[in-house]
Design a protein around this ligand. Structure first.
Ligand code: FE2
Length: 447
């Protein structure tokens, strides 16, 4: 009987297919870029391998590109053809894919939860469930989904370092920085190339305002990222945040040019509009401009890639970043198109994301545009009432902090010390320490 590396049954008679599947999962857990090649090899060895079809579809959806959805539907059809001969666990992945394609992301999460409850060593479901919830902003749920199976895990279980990385990040986003850092650092001791753990600890250091530690942490790990997927750009983006917060703007720009948005990067050449890249670039350029730094032609250099996101509603956090870029580059027609499309989606979508666009994405996008146009009252009118709902955009506290920085900037420009005091308290209550010592807030507070 074929099994995965944690002893979970795989419905295939092909040893080659099982081997390729296990290689794919190792790559998935490690954030390497060759996951789909290994899954393709698994399906070549056994074209009826249902779990490999289901995961191909789920990973394609995870790219958050509408062009991939028809291919994911083919994966779903292939998986359904063989699911009668599968385990309940494998059928749950098929159901999760179907729910994802229907836009019913919470139903997909329910499928992963059931798998985890019955198979606490199913790291795929833990990882997919945590990631989906992260992008929905449901961090407490993600903490719980990674916590319930924790008792079944130990260093004797293959993939333990990856489990610790996932758990660490879930704990960090719910404010348990001590446990998150401890688990993340243990994960790195076991596997220095674990990008999830590197990322989780970077978030702890960001939240705690340990800016020098953050640079040192990432620089100590960067040699292990050679095979990493687009997460590597985001890890370098975190280094840019540390640099920006400690006032080394030139260093942040240099890191951006070399590692966050280097057009020579094979990853960017293969796919230049990956959703986290779209978040990274716009957010950093805006953060630097708010500090008075001239970022030159960097907005224009990336703007074309954001145009491909008009009509793409798969990533709530990404859309306001598109508005920021179109307003920064004077692409008014594209901006109008984007905003009309976002409003239409928010008004009509009945899946998990439509309501989130209505309460968080559109106010953030409106504020981004107002900020770029120097309409600081407009920023506050759009975002102050919505700021406690911004978590519904998904992503991390560190990512959404951009919108608090924009509000604080606007409040300072308008001389609204009262609002600034409220906002700085908000930022502290979200979990940021040493707010007064961060360049992002120190200069506006001083103003
Ligand atoms: Fe991050």
């Amino acid at each position: 009987m074929a099994t995965d590396e944690r002893g979970l049954h795989l419905s295939t008679d092909s040893a080659d297919a099982a081997d390729a599947f296990n290689a794919a999962m190792r790559s998935f857990f490690a954030w390497r870029r060759d996951v789909m090649q290994h899954l393709g090899a698994a399906l070549e060895a056994d074209p009826g391998f249902v779990l490999a079809h289901a995961l191909s579809g789920l990973f394609l959806c995870g790219m958050r590109q509408p062009a991939a959805y028809p291919i994911a539907r083919e994966s779903l059809a292939a998986a359904k053809r063989g699911e009668a001969g599968c385990s309940d666990r494998e059928r749950a992945y098929v159901a999760a894919l179907e729910a994802t394609l229907d836009g019913d992301l919470f139903r997909a999460v329910n499928c992963f939860e059931e798998v985890i409850e019955n198979h606490p060593l199913d790291l795929i479901a833990i990882r997919l469930g945590q990631m989906e919830l992260f992008w929905l902003g449901e961090v407490a749920w993600a903490r719980d989904i990674t916590g319930r199976p924790a008792a079944a895990w130990s260093e004797a279980v293959p993939g333990y370092s990856a489990f610790l990385g996932v758990r660490s990040f879930a704990l960090e986003e719910t404010g348990d920085y001590e446990a998150a850092e401890r688990l993340g650092r243990r994960s790195i001791e076991l596997d220095p190339g674990d990008c999830q753990a590197a990322h989780a600890v970077a978030h702890v250091l960001e939240m705690e305002g340990r800016l020098d530690d953050g640079v040192e942490w990432l620089d100590g790990l960067k040699d292990g990222w050679a095979e990493a997927n687009h997460i590597v750009h985001h890890l370098w983006w975190h280094r840019c945040l540390f640099e920006t917060e400690r006032g080394n703007h030139a260093g942040a720009l240099e890191t951006y040019d070399r590692f966050v948005r280097n057009p020579q990067s094979p990853l960017i050449q293969a796919m230049s509009n990956f959703f986290t890249d779209m978040q990274n670039c716009a957010a950093l350029l805006a953060r630097l401009e708010m500090r008075g730094i001239d970022v030159g032609g960097r907005w224009e250099a990336v703007a074309d890639d954001y145009e491909s996101w008009i009509g793409n509603h798969t990533s709530a956090l990404t859309s306001p970043h598109c508005a920021l870029v179109f307003a920064a580059t004077g692409r008014d027609a594209k901006l109008d198109e984007l905003m009309a499309d976002l409003r239409e989606f928010a008004a009509t979508d009945r899946g998990a994301l439509g309501p989130r666009f209505a309460v968080a994405v559109i106010p953030a996008a409106d504020a981004a545009v107002a900020y770029q146009r120097g309409d600081y009252q407009g920023v506050l009118d759009s975002l102050l009432p919505a700021r406690r709902l911004l978590w519904q955009m998904g992503g991390s506290h560190a990512q959404r902090d951009l919108f608090f920085q924009i509000m604080a900037y606007a409040a300072a420009r308008l001389g609204r010390a009262d609002l600034l005091a409220i906002l700085l308290d908000d930022v502290r209550s979200i979990g940021f320490a040493q707010v007064d010592q961060r360049a992002s807030y120190a200069d506006v507070a001083a103003a």
